[in-house]
Design a protein around this ligand. Structure first.
Ligand code: IPE
Ligand code: IPE
Ligand code: MG
Length: 246
């Protein structure tokens, strides 16, 4: 469990929302908002590194997002391809490891190939990790984990009686990633939209009205400052967390 007093969160997870509204406000097509959103992704990857955040997870595409109009889905896949091609050199230069969560095996083949290449090329870096949530949904993740866990039990690799959060959570996509300390959602919506439901059990939440294309390093720093003022109690009392009175 992370230290309650740590002022810089180890892991920040972001629901990047508001690209469509940003474009609409300017009379532009939604895809223009997504394009500007990619610029923000770059800015925020760098900013999180500079702020000393070790893990950043970006919710880039949900399992539900496939139901959007086909041309928007196609454009989003195109942007992802463009981002991965362009960003790999920077990730290597900045020593940022790339990981993914979500059913990436269902992503288009060209995206899968680029992802695999980037994950392999950055696998030795340990300082900073960028996690892209792609075709991610907490419920599908849960179902996949339950299936894998049942198979492990059937194969005798796990004893049912030894079941615990520690043993089960090894089967989630996030097995090697610490739980998020801070979850940020942009665009003013106050919902979790199937993102990291189990992992965010004790995360702090910061909601900001800023639309994702307008989100800056200063906005990220402000969210971290808000986080630093919160008291994370993990079920204990405030008194238990304070050093014993002398
Ligand atoms: C977030 O922006 C990007 C994705 C979900 C892929 P939206 O496209 O959801 O923007 P709004 O919510 O319509 O403004
Ligand atoms: C959540 O945003 C998914 C991503 C940011 C990728 P949505 O825009 O899809 O969520 P809802 O539909 O407003 O809940
Ligand atoms: Mg949205």
């Amino acid at each position: 469990m992370p230290s309650p007093s740590a002022s810089i969160p180890t892991h920040v997870a972001i629901i990047m929302d508001g690209n469509g509204r940003w474009a609409k406000q300017r009379g532009l097509p939604r895809i223009e908002g997504h394009r500007r959103g990619v610029d923000t992704v770059r800015t925020i990857i760098n900013a999180s590194r500079e702020l000393g955040i070790r893990y950043i997870t970006l919710y880039a595409f949900s399992v539900e997002n496939w139901k959007r109009p086909q041309d928007e889905v196609g454009a989003l896949m195109g942007l992802l391809e463009y981002f991965l091609k362009k960003e790999l050199a920077n990730l290597v230069k900045d020593k940022v490891r790339l990981l993914t969560i979500g059913r990436t095996q269902e992503m288009p083949e060209n995206v899968r190939t680029l992802l695999q290449k980037a994950v392999e090329a950055t696998s030795s870096f340990t300082g900073h990790t960028l996690v892209l949530a792609l075709n991610y949904g907490a419920r599908t993740e849960m179902v996949d984990a339950a299936r894998a866990y049942a198979q492990a039990v059937a194969a005798g690799e796990v004893k049912l009686n030894d079941s615990s959060w520690e043993t089960f959570s090894r089967y989630l996509n996030t097995a090697d990633i610490p739980d998020p300390d801070l979850v940020i959602r942009t665009s003013g919506e106050m919902r979790i939209s199937n993102f990291l439901l189990l992992q965010a059990a004790y995360a702090e939440f910061v909601f900001t009205p800023v639309l994702w294309p307008d989100f800056t390093k200063a906005d990220l720093a402000a969210a971290v400052e808000t986080y630093a003022k919160r008291e994370r109690r993990f079920g204990l009392t405030s008194e238990q967390l304070k050093p014993a009175a002398t």
